[in-house]
Design a protein around this ligand. Sequence first.
Ligand code: SF4
Length: 201
Amino acid sequence: MQISEIFYSIQGEGPKTGEKAVFIRLAGCNLRCKFCDAKYAYKGGELALNELIAKIKMYDCNNIIWTGGEPALQIKEIYKIIRKLKGYSHDIETNGTFFFLPRLFETIVISPKKQAINNNLTRKYKELNNVYFKFVVGNLKDYIFWKKFTGDLKIKKQKVYFMPEAKTRKILIEKSKWLISQAKKDGFNFSGRLQILKGFN
Ligand code: SF4
């Protein structure tokens, strides 16, 4: 598999914030978002499946988060690992441009991007109990856009997390205050970014 990095940490975003996990950041992405904070993951190094499994087992943690880049680009390899690793739970963070076997994952967090919206796929995903949507919001225009999107596609509000676009602690705190008040007013969830707030990885 093409891997960018593997590390053990605490989930800093979305519905499972605070949970410990082994993060496997797969290399490569089919999109090029301006605000991308994982550009370093566009390229990575090759790791054989048995080497990856050995690395995963080094950690005292049976919760895996597949992230990227866009992990669904290597979904067939992910399936192989899931089948080989007994007793592990798997979450995946995706941009929602590919459909894959949802039942293999405990949680699927989709972060749609404006330049690659796929309404048909979104309609399929929104019906699944283990799917959540996380929208990156840089400003009020973004917020209004994604709020309308969730309304038009009738996505349940409890599945929706709005998360500030921020690369520094200062910007994150400023935008969080504003975004929390917007989300609360409209009945959506808010997602922070613990990894920026705390500076951990
Ligand atoms: S989809 Fe995610 S990883 Fe890919 S370019 Fe956009 S923000 Fe970066």
